[in-house]
Write a protein that binds this ligand. Structure first.
Ligand SMILES: *Cc1c(COP(=O)(O)O)cnc(C)c1O
Length: 338
């Protein structure tokens, strides 16, 4: 197999417990949209519920219907918009829907969304609630970068939602769950931290979180580039001296993006640079010697945090994790329980 993606549900359960300790009594809702940030929605949802999460949150009704089929008893909240047909499906499948507050559907549990500064979904004022309304929520734009603005959003939410304080109120994402106690209300909707990734782009271990996903492959071929020879499209890496390189059979079609040139992976335990242009199915790494094919390569995992790759690519771990191609045609996916 070209590469192997390992999902450690033991790590996920420990992350849930770490978050629950930080939340001091506030409910933890597990955000498993986008296939559990690429980690596998059903596996991660099951593990999160077993560890004490109480509701599953997704972005779309189809995501919710998949979860409903796999976990019949779960409480499921759809956070993104739903078409009329999807509202009917949500009713039949006993889902709860977040709705922009002025158009409240009937016969389905509803959480009203107040826009307190994200400037995206949600109404700017609370409408008069119907009996379908069971919750009220907002979403923070800067809990990972600007706590002052986040606090202002929380205060706006506290005031706007005061008439509905008897309903379930929720505002916090992972960053707020970890850094902003006043955002806790009745539940925190945590995604990235469940997967052991830092919402702040720093070392997740500082918050007691363990990465859930690791990704390994191997050197498929070593080759000696003579001085002046190059590897890959565009000849972006030209050997300045005789240089051994290893070819790893993973590329941007697998989610190892083209802008990861220059990042480091571990080859036989040692950190090595990715050189040249990453292609669809292959990546070159610079070696210090010839290595046999089959030499293990850690792309993400022990000693290679996803946060580091995100910094090289100028993006966030969320985007890299969602982009990893876990389809069986490209990678073997293994679920373990440590
Ligand atoms: C994705 C999402 C979350 C989870 O955010 P994290 O930063 O991954 O914890 C929470 N609330 C809403 C509305 C979301 O869309």
């Amino acid at each position: 197999m070209r590469s192997e993606i390992t999902i450690d549900l033991g790590a996920l359960r420990r992350n849930v417990r770490t978050l629950l300790r930080a939340l001091e009594g506030t409910e933890l809702w597990a955000v498993v949209k986008a296939n559990g940030y690429g980690h596998g929605a059903v596996d991660c949802a099951d593990a999160a519920l077993a560890a004490g999460a109480t509701t599953l949150c997704v972005a779309t009704v189809p995501e919710a219907l998949d979860l409903r089929a796999a976990i019949p008893a779960a409480r499921i909240l759809v956070m993104g918009p739903a078409s009329n047909r999807e509202v009917a499906q949500a009713r039949d499948a006993d889902l709860a829907l977040v709705v922009p507050a002025n158009e409240i559907p009937e016969g389905v549990a509803v959480h009203l969304k107040i826009d307190t500064g994200m400037g995206r979904w949600g109404a700017s004022e609370l409408p008069s609630p119907t009996r379908e309304v069971v919750g009220v929520m907002t979403h923070l734009a800067t809990a990972d970068t600007d706590l002052e603005f986040a606090r202002a959003q929380v205060e706006r939410f506290r005031e706007a939602s005061a008439p509905l304080a008897h309903l379930t109120r929720h505002a916090a994402n992972s960053a707020a769950a970890l850094r902003l106690p006043e955002a806790r209300f009745d539940a925190a909707r945590c995604g990235i931290a469940l997967y052991g990734l830092s919402p702040f782009g720093t070392d997740a271990a500082e918050d007691g979180l363990e990465p859930v996903l690791s990704w390994t492959s191997e050197i498929a071929q070593s080759k000696l580039l003579r001085t002046g020879e190059s590897t890959g499209y565009g000849r972006r890496f030209v050997a300045e001296r005789d240089t051994w390189i290893g070819i790893v059979p993973v590329g941007y079609a697998d989610g190892f993006r083209r802008d990861l040139t220059g990042t480091e992976v571990r080859v036989a335990g040692e950190r090595r640079h990715v050189v040249g242009t990453i292609s669809m199915d292959a990546t070159a790494v610079e070696l210090d010697r010839e290595l046999p094919s089959g030499t293990p390569v850690t792309i993400v995992g022990r000693g290679v945090p996803l946060e580091e790759h995100a910094a090289v690519a100028g993006t966030i771990t969320y985007e890299l994790a969602c982009g990893i191609n876990t389809s069986p045609e490209r990678a073997r996916r293994v679920v373990v329980d440590s």
